[in-house]
Design a protein around this ligand. Sequence first.
Ligand code: ZN
Length: 404
Amino acid sequence: MDDDPFEGLLRMPGAIKAARGVIIPLGDDISMHVTNVYRKTETEGLTPQEMLLLACCSRAEIIRLRELGNSHDYLLRLRANAIADSPRACRVFAARKKDRPRWTLSEYYRGKNSARNQYLRCLSAKQRHELRKIPAGMALVAEANAMCVGSLLGNVIVVSELLEHFFYFMNVAFFGKSLGVPSPDRGAALLIAARTMLGSEALDFDIDSRGTLNRHAERRVRRLVDDQMAFTFGHEYAHHLLGHVEAATHSPLHMFESNAQGAGGTEYSACRYVHDIEHDADIGAITQICNGGDMMARVASAAMTLFVYLDLMHSSFELAPEIDRKISDSHPAPRDRISRLRASLGPELGLASAEIDGALEVSSQFKTWMAEQVVVQRPDLLSFYGSIYFPSQGPAMKRDRLDF
Ligand SMILES: [Zn+2]
């Protein structure tokens, strides 16, 4: 095989070099983008379905997935399927795998566990010991949500990478002013966050940066994201510790309402019980913290901020009627979740009532601004499939597949 496995393909008539691989025209405005070329030894013995997993898994992991032996295998399958089902996610993982010859998908995600680990360190030794047995981590699933799944092999906790991006851009929009982020970039961040929640923003932040922050702002925003991710893991861990997953007869328990088919505990949707367990998991995520300095206070503030963000998202879904993003009654309303937290936690924890009112006021101004932008810019501003960039950083628009 050539050193450059794409070289032969590039000699085909009309073929052009892409950022990764080669694009070959097939006529009738149809092109084929070849992103990966594998050696025969890599594919030997694999079914065509299994070959799709080569985009993200090691060969040993693919073999492991033939028979799910434990809940860690189940988490690996959730992660692998989420990538293999999305050509764009495969391109993201091709970039992540670059220059890492000893790649495994599980090892990659192990490196993204810092918020989860930080949270676990703040629990009692007994709870930490119990929870370390639960496979829990990120996956590139297409819905910005988190869930605790009761599989036959045991409970598994999955947090979408998109949720982390949603938090990041919402924090830029809400806190960027005091961090020196220019106003147009804060506006763009708000739109990116809303589009991420709606599923219209391309899932390729790794390979197509929407813009960068100054170092100080980046550090502060990341810290807020870490606290919000810690609360998210804490909420799902609380579902496990409180026995909610078993009670839900193995329906996945989502952090927010889910757009996924049949998810979100549909059989309980009209039941007060589900609202109660969500409130209990919110409170448990905070009160089960027993050390770690100011961690409990930070996670409490992060939880309230996160529900302010979700409240804004709910009220802005009507700005993208083309996307059928339903708000079901499967979960308590975000404002109810804030109120319940405020009533349950001591005054030293979380945002004070006046701070919550202030954040909701800003949120309402943001919604008005987004409604104006839908009129001024384009009616499908929140729903067109693609990417939005920070305007202050020049014409960042790149050509899909050719430049990234
Ligand atoms: Zn929940």
